[in-house]
Design a protein around this ligand. Structure first.
Ligand code: ADP
Length: 475
């Protein structure tokens, strides 16, 4: 049976990206589309950033009126086909012709509008989804409205949680002011006296997914559940964790144009890439010094308080360290000064730089990611692709993709520790150094890293199977 799936999301590569969500929404449809008889399309807001870069390519489809409280707001729908996928964009100058993506006082109203516009647009698109698949809180209300308003007979819904920390919480009055749906539905959208877009998605979706099996377990507990653990526990029979993949063609050190030396099949050109990076960043040039890197948003989630506590102690070892990141002032300030204190050992580059990120993955021996929580994490997967050994805390997707090296069995593709404790991190950093200097173990470890493969194929199959449980069978 033919199966039509509509992804609803607030970001998607290559159009607009602030984080991992864009990578997933940008790459999963292509892979799913390869499943027989599956037509996956994506619907997004038309931000100024998209207009400025893609305007010439966008084709106007139709316009619809979207009820937002007492007003009718116009939504202009555009479409564009990119690499075999049809993307729809919801345009409204008032809500989306602004700089950046999020961070406005009325973000709640913007995504109420977007979610309702998605539902209204189904009346005019020549595409009738069997499944509406919403991503994160910005699409939570689209899932809820789909269930309540039933714009297409028998349409099923899936809701994917990429990060439960961000929930889209609004005053409860928003329901009466903006929603235009019968009041009996307020219970499915309210949480702790407030209106919660993420909870609305969880409550109304036929199936709920999140981006790794471990995170699916974790968010059912008070520590990780960010206040929503009880509803997730109630819905656990419909909750499944499917690990994200990465686009192996995009993250390919054999042809990445940003690298000084591309790898050649079995020849991993670490030393060449390390030397040119050391030169570029003003570190002592010596390819034999082990290089540790961090590439991340500088926020608490990424375990940076642990790094803060033990960094100077670890830098007493014969190592080099590079931090690439941007984010909270506390961490930017810390890493800036750590670089000043240790000019021969640590460079902090405070910014967002895709080329430098790729060079760091290629040049480094170890990738440090001691997250407090990590729904899936893509960086450790990219690191494995570029043969940089991940050192992680055992949480969420990190636990599902990085396995600690075991000297007895010779198994494992990285290093890990369990408790959120700075000295456990220091211990494992020192242990990684010990293995680095042990030729035999290090060789085995790198062999295991080489074998790690996190393409989308298996995960896309898992999504296809999930869709099938909703009553659509791939012939
Ligand atoms: P999250 O989505 O929580 O930020 P992920 O590990 O899923 O974390 O994805 C982060 C992505 O952003 C990776 O591709 C990583 O390389 C990239 N990235 C993070 N910070 C920077 C930066 N300062 N410069 C370049 N790329 C970055």
């Amino acid at each position: 049976m033919e199966k039509n799936v509509l992804f609803v999301a607030s970001e998607c590569s290559p159009f607009v990206k602030t984080g991992g969500l864009a990578d997933v929404v940008g790459s999963l449809p292509q892979v799913l589309q390869q499943e027989e008889n599956t037509d996956v399309r994506v619907i997004l807001p038309l931000y100024e950033e998209v207009i400025s870069k893609w305007q010439d390519k966008l084709e106007w489809v139709s316009s619809v009126y979207v009820p937002v409280g007492w007003r009718n707001q116009e939504a202009n729908i555009y479409q564009y086909t990119h690499q075999g996928i049809i993307y729809y964009f919801i345009g409204n100058d008032y809500y989306f012709s602004r700089k950046g993506v999020y961070g406005y006082y009325d973000d709640g109203e913007r995504f109420v509008f977007f979610s309702r516009a998605v539902i209204e647009s189904l009346a005019v698109l020549d595409f009738k989804p069997d499944i509406l698949h919403g991503h994160d809180w910005q699409a939570g209300l689209a899932v809820a409205f789909a269930k309540i308003l039933q714009p297409i007979e028998n349409m099923k819904t899936v809701f994917t949680i990429h990060n439960i920390k961000y929930q889209g919480i609004l005053p409860l009055d928003t329901f009466d002011e903006l929603f235009n749906i019968p009041r009996e539905h307020i219970g499915g959208m309210e949480w702790n006296g407030l209106l919660n877009c993420m909870k609305s998605g969880i409550f109304h979706a036929d199936k709920i997914t999140t981006v790794s099996p471990t995170y699916a377990d974790e968010i059912k507990t008070p520590y990780y559940g960010e206040g929503l653990y009880s509803i997730l526990t109630e819905r656990q029979d419909d909750l499944v964790g499917i690990i994200n993949g990465i686009d192996l063609d995009e993250f390919n050190p054999m042809k990445d144009p940003h690298l000084t030396s591309n790898y050649k099949y079995s020849r991993v050109k670490k030393k060449e890439n390390k030397e040119s990076l050391q030169q570029k960043l003003g570190l002592p040039v010596n390819p034999d010094i082990p290089l540790y890197v961090i590439i991340t948003r500088l926020v608490e989630q990424k375990g940076l308080h642990l790094v803060q506590t033990i960094l100077d102690e670890f830098l007493q070892e014969d190592v080099q360290f590079v931090v690439l990141g941007t984010g909270d002032y506390e961490f930017e300030n810390f890493f800036y000064h750590a670089g000043q204190r240790n000019p021969d050992k640590l460079v902090s580059y405070l910014g967002f730089d895709e080329a430098l990120a790729r060079q760091l993955y290629a040049a480094s021996d170890f990738f440090v990611m001691p997250s407090q929580f990590e729904p899936c994490g893509l960086s450790q997967l990219i690191a494995l692709q570029y043969k940089s050994v991940p050192i992680v805390r055992e949480t969420g997707g990190l636990k599902d993709t990085v396995f600690p090296y075991n000297e007895l069995t010779g198994e494992g593709n990285g290093f890990s520790f369990s408790d959120y404790n700075a000295h456990d991190l220091l211990h494992v950093l020192r242990y990684s150094l010990e293995i680095y200097h042990n030729e035999e173990h290090y060789k085995t470890l790198l062999k295991n890293v080489n074998k790690s493969n996190f393409s989308w194929n298996d995960s896309a199959k898992a999504y296809a199977e999930l869709y099938n449980t909703l009553g659509y069978v791939i012939s």
